[in-house]
Design a protein around this ligand. Structure first.
Ligand SMILES: [Zn+2]
Length: 204
């Protein structure tokens, strides 16, 4: 706890004065340009990664950066966040960002890791198609035990899940909304990207 308190005092003394004008302007409302969906992992920081200021990015974070399909409703909190970001804030871009060394994706490959974590196991049903693909040979043999390939496949699957929401699909078709998948290799500071319909990730 002390680390948090010390950190806040540093923010109050050193950071806030520099951004006082920005925070004052943001009190009138937010107009983020992007919705960033990423993992809860402490090693991922969307604002640091994109050099963004407060007010620029709307964020969804959960284990494994997953998006429930629209038929699963508002249970996890992701759906209302998507709705608000696209329909009210009218973000121009949605990024789904997976990352290297993702514990959630490791648990997908090895369910024994979630033996004492029933909520995590249930949550990962949003990515169950990947498990089926691995078991049924849908992934290339070289990819089946490759954690990075599984993270990337998960990013693609979540881009597909996003498109099950009619307001996202419509805005995307009309060219008002970009959908982008990212793979962030934090240990080397690299990002690879993909868009719906593409086959391979490319360096950003
Ligand atoms: Zn993760």
């Amino acid at each position: 706890m002390q680390r948090l308190v010390d950190g806040f005092h540093h923010f109050q003394k050193c950071v806030f004065p520099e951004k006082k004008k920005l925070f004052s302007e943001l009190a009138a409302g937010q107009k983020p340009h992007s919705l960033f969906i990423t993992c809860s992992d402490s090693r991922i920081d969307p604002f640091l990664l994109t050099h963004a200021d407060p007010g620029e990015i709307f964020v969804v974070r959960n284990a494994g950066n997953t998006v429930p399909t629209s038929d699963l409703g508002a249970g996890g909190g992701e759906s209302p966040t998507l709705e608000y970001a696209v329909r009210v804030l009218k973000v121009a871009t949605i990024v789904v960002c997976g990352h290297s060394h993702c514990g959630a994706m490791a648990a997908l490959l090895d369910p024994s890791l979630t033996n004492k974590l029933p909520a995590v196991r249930h949550w990962l049903t949003a990515a169950k198609h990947i498990k089926e693909e691995i078991e049924q040979g849908g992934l290339r043999p070289s990819e089946r035990n490759d954690a990075e390939a599984v993270v990337k496949r998960n990013v693609l699957l979540q881009l597909e899940n996003l498109q099950t929401y009619d307001f996202i699909e419509q805005a995307h078709k009309e060219g008002k909304l970009n959908l982008s998948g990212w793979f962030y290799r934090f240990e080397s500071g690299e990002v690879e990207t993909i868009e719906p319909g593409q086959q391979d990730f490319k360096p950003l």
